[in-house]
Design a protein. Structure first.
Length: 359
């Protein structure tokens, strides 16, 4: 299914190609929600204009195998590696190739909680709106005591008006095809978040207590989703998936995760890209930089690989920054000045270079 070519597969119908899940990973949510919106501009910003990508390296074959295994087994894919090696880009490559629409991105910090990924409820906004409705002017125009709403337009909106699904919650809606969810930098989270995710990943569903309490009067409620301008209908206060999402979890290796969490994930180590992959990335982002752009870029790539080995590893975006400066025609300095600028752009990521210069 996933080939790792970097190009959308217009000859593939994933609905027909994707086999049924294992019995223990079968989910029955419904009814199906509309197909997700596309986000071609964001994918191009992340990946560039990809025309081809080598599929012969052992590294790429392992990536292809692990992504397809995650698709078949309906399991999250934990992607580890140094910062700047393209871990987050994998989610956008999957979505682009399989034409699965907008990538749902959940960026993790030390303050992130499971609920923030599932949904957000604006209780304060609802209280404020309720106070406004209670203190409406009288029909005759005189201000006075709290009164009941007199028209349908004066009524307090339903609870769904104040509730919005987060990236994880939106990914678990009953889509016919799996959504791509990027859980970025999970190792930055509180120690409990990985354990909190276990139940959601196992069950493929979650309750929204505010809607569960109201289901006797309102068994079906429409809420906003993480997709701009989109809403979804929630039945009985429970979000249930049909197709388990393609979950790409990235980690820079700053800490280990609990064994129970690792047991439920497939693991992919993202090594530093080789020269061929760097050339493909640079050409995808900076094609058409000028008549000599390709020659200058390839020289910078060789220099980048040497500097990366000497400085303990550099990030891909550092190479892109330097290549853009060298090939855009906007830098007015001489060759020596350009070399100094490139050297500054390729600073060590561990901060050791800055410490030695300041000392």
């Amino acid at each position: 299914m996933y080939r790792g070519t970097g190009q959308p597969q217009y000859d593939v119908n994933l609905r027909k190609l994707l086999p049924p899940p294992p019995p223990w990973r079968r989910f029955t949510g419904g009814p199906a929600v509309p197909s997700p919106p596309s986000d071609d501009e964001e994918i191009e910003r992340r990946l560039g204009r990809v025309t081809s990508q080598s599929g012969s390296s052992d590294q790429l074959r392992r990536e292809v195998d692990m992504v397809n295994a995650a698709l078949l087994l309906r399991r999250p894919l934990l992607v580890t590696g140094r910062p700047g090696t393209g871990k987050s880009s994998l989610a956008y490559r999957i979505s682009s190739e399989l034409r699965l629409g907008r990538v749902l991105r959940w960026h993790i910090t030390s303050r992130t909680t499971l609920r923030s990924g599932l949904y957000d409820y604006d209780a304060i906004g609802r209280v404020q709106d309720a106070a406004t409705v209670r203190n409406l002017d009288r029909p005759d125009g005189t201000a006075g005591e709290a009164v009941q709403p007199t028209t349908a337009g004066d009524e307090l909106p339903g609870i769904g008006h104040y509730l919005q699904l987060g990236p994880l919650g939106t990914a678990l809606l009953p889509h016919e095809l799996p959504r791509v969810l990027l859980v970025d930098e999970l190792d930055k989270s509180d120690l409990d978040l990985a354990n909190d995710l276990l139940s959601v990943f196992e069950e493929g569903q979650f309750p929204i207590p505010e809607l569960v309490r109201a289901r006797r009067l309102h068994p079906s409620m429409t809420v906003m989703t993480d997709d701009p301008g989109r809403s979804a209908e929630i039945v009985d206060g429970i979000v249930k998936c049909r197709a388990f999402p393609i979950v790409v979890i990235t980690s820079n290796g700053e800490r280990e995760f609990p064994p129970a969490f690792l047991r439920r994930c497939l693991r992919l180590r993202m090594p530093d890209p080789d020269r061929t992959q760097l050339v493909n990335m640079v050409m995808a982002h900076l094609a058409g930089s000028g008549p000599s752009g390709s020659t200058e870029a390839e020289g910078l790539i060789d220099q980048f690989l040497r500097s990366s080995r000497e400085r303990g590893g550099l990030a891909i975006d550092q190479l892109l920054n330097a290549t853009f400066m060298a090939t855009s025609g906007r830098f007015s300095g001489d060759e020596e000045a350009l070399e100094e600028l490139v050297d500054s752009l390729w600073h060590r990521l561990d901060g050791a270079g800055a410490e030695s210069r300041s000392g």
